[in-house]
Ligand binder design. Sequence first.
Ligand code: ZN
Length: 467
Amino acid sequence: MRKTSLEDMTIRKLGLDDDETLTREAINSYQLYKLRETVDYAKENSPYYRRHLKGLSGSTLAGLKDINCFPFTVPDDLRKNSLDFLCVSHSNVARVVTVNTTDGDITGFADTQTPLQLVALNSSGTTSEPKRLYFTEEDLELTVDFFQYGMADLVETGQRVLILMPGDRPGSVGDLLVKGLERMGVEGRVHGQVVNPSETIKEIIDFKADCLVGIPAQLLELIRHSDARNVPPGTVKSILLSTDYVPAAVVREVQKIWYCPVFNHYGMTETGLGGGVECRALSGYHLREADLYFEIIDPETGSPRPDGELGEIAFTTLTRKGMPLIRYRTGDLARFLPEPCPCGTVLKRMEKVRGRLGSTVSLGGGKSLSISDLDEAIFPVPAIMNYRAGVSGRKGNEILDISLHVIPGAERHAVSSVLEALLELKTIREVFGESRLILTGVVNDRSIRPSRGTAKRTISDSREMND
Ligand SMILES: [Zn+2]
C-alpha cells in the first residue's frame, strides 16, 4: 500500500533529502525545535502569551514532554482577547476568519475584511462572542501546501474535484483547496454547500467530478436523493468528508451507491483549516506534524493520556506567524492509534473523532446523549435525509424532540423505523421511553438542513433550569 502523501510533505519540511528515510526521532527533534521557537516568538509578539506564559520560555522545553508545564489556551481566551493573540501588524494580516459558533466549525465562518465588525451569536441561545482568527499570507500558503499533499492520495493529475464547501472569497477553504489542487494538475471547482441536491448532482455529472469534498450529513442527503443514481457508474472515485462527525451509515451508503472510498479529514479554522487526513488504508488520520504538535489530554485534569486512550485533542501550531496557538483545547474527543498504519508511515495516526465535549446533553444519573449516538441510530434508516434534535422540559422529566427530513412518500415508515432504532439505545429507552419521545417526519423542511455556518450539528438544549 502507498504510504500517506503527508510523509513526502514532512520530509520536505524537515529539510531531508528525498532519498533519506523519515524517522520518528527526526520528527520529534524537529517538533521540539519548532515548539521552542513558537513559544519564544509568541511571547515576544503577542500580549496574550506574554501574560499567559509568564516565567516560561522556549528553553523550558528540554524535551517534548515538558510541554505539560505550559498552560492551555481555551476557545474563551480567543473570544475575549483575539487581538491580543496577534503577532503581526494589521497590514500583514491577509485574512480574518470569524467563527460564529461555539465550536471550531471550519465552514462556520463569515469573511470579514474589517476586524471590528462582529457577527451573529450561536443558535443555542447562549450568547458568546465569535472567535476571530488572523492569518498572514505565509499562513495561508501553509494551508495550500497541506491541501496539495493531503489530496494526493485521493486524486491524480488530470482529474477534477467538486468542492461542496464555501469558497467564494480569497482565503476561504474552497479557494485554498482549489489552489492546492492546481499545484498537482488537478482542477478544483467550488460548488458551495449542498442546498439543492438535484442541482449538485447535475453539476457532478456535467463537471465529471472524479472526487467530492463535503460535509457528512449533506453528502448523505445527496446520495439518498433519487437523482444520485443518474451519476454514471465510476464517475466519482473518491470522497473526502470534513467538519463534522462522520456516521458509519454515510460511509456505507456511499459504498453502496457509488462504490468509492470515503476519506476522513480532521481540521478546524484554528488548525489552519487542515489538521490530518486518512491515507488509502482509511483507518485514522495521519497528522500534519510539520505544522502542528498534537496531544491527547484528560478533559478533566489536563494531564496527558497514554497513546491508545481516549481524550481531548489539544494542539500547538509550529509554523504559524499571524496568530500562533499554544496547547489549544479543541473540545474534540479522539485517541492516538498506537499500532502502525498498514501504509507503513512513521507519522502518528489518530482515530476518527468520536464527538465533542459539550455536544453531549447530560441527563442525570451519569447518563448522557450525544449527536453522534443519534447519528448512528437514525442515519441507517434508508429514507432519512437529515434530522434536527432537541431536549426540552424539566430536568428529570425531559422530552426528546426529533424532526426528521424524510424522502417524500416514506414519512410514516421512516418515523416508525427511527422510533424502533432509538429505543434500541439504552439511554433513550430508560430516560425518555416512548412517552417522552416526539418524532415528526417532514418532507421539505429546509430548516432541518444545516444552514450555512452551522454545519456541525448539536442537540439543542432548552430545558428549564429550575428542577
Ligand atoms: Zn497510513
